[in-house]
Design a protein around this ligand. Structure first.
Ligand SMILES: [Zn+2]
Ligand SMILES: [Zn+2]
Length: 163
């Protein structure tokens, strides 16, 4: 097939698609077929996604935009989780510190070792998982000081001993 033929073929396909895309039943069928294909070809989907990602990061500003988007998502999830675990007003459960940048989620029973291996606590995946699980019990909001104090003092923050 010569160059001209290829060109003509492409134009023909383009026209054909422009006409077809007005047909909503056909579009729906096509969407469903794609979904089935995706389910049956997870590796191909993954490699396609990776290729798209590699293409995207070549674009200027993409990385910055991605970082910003991730940061915003993390903050949103963080605020939601902290609000839940401090029952409304975000504060350290021990000393009452309210500066969100000093606060983190604490596993009350101290059995977060396995979980820590799987997720970077405080990372977006961790907050997303908590939300997916409908915020399970067993967590509290603690500030860095109280977190550290608790860890260094066999699970009880020195503040609590002073009381
Ligand atoms: Zn505290
Ligand atoms: Zn404390």
């Amino acid at each position: 097939m010569g160059y001209k033929d290829k060109q003509r073929n492409r134009e023909y396909q383009h026209q054909w698609f422009n006409k077809k895309k007005l047909d909503s039943a056909w579009l729906e069928q096509r969407r469903q077929a794609r979904e089935v294909w995706r389910k049956n070809n997870p590796e191909k989907v993954r490699s396609q996604r990776k290729r798209k990602y590699l293409r995207d990061i070549q674009k200027t500003g993409f990385r910055e935009q991605e970082n910003k988007r991730k940061q915003e998502e993390r903050l949103k999830l963080k605020i939601e989780a902290f609000t839940h675990y401090s029952y409304g007003k975000i504060a350290c459960a021990c000393c009452g510190e309210t500066e969100i940048n000093f606060l983190s989620l604490d596993h009350i029973e101290n059995n977060g070792a396995k979980e820590r291996r799987q997720f970077r606590r405080g990372g977006v995946l961790f907050y997303r998982l908590l939300r997916q699980k409908d915020y399970p019990t067993g967590y509290q909001v603690l500030c860095m000081n109280c977190n550290y104090g608790k860890r260094m003092n066999n699970g009880i923050c020195p503040h609590q001993l002073r009381k």
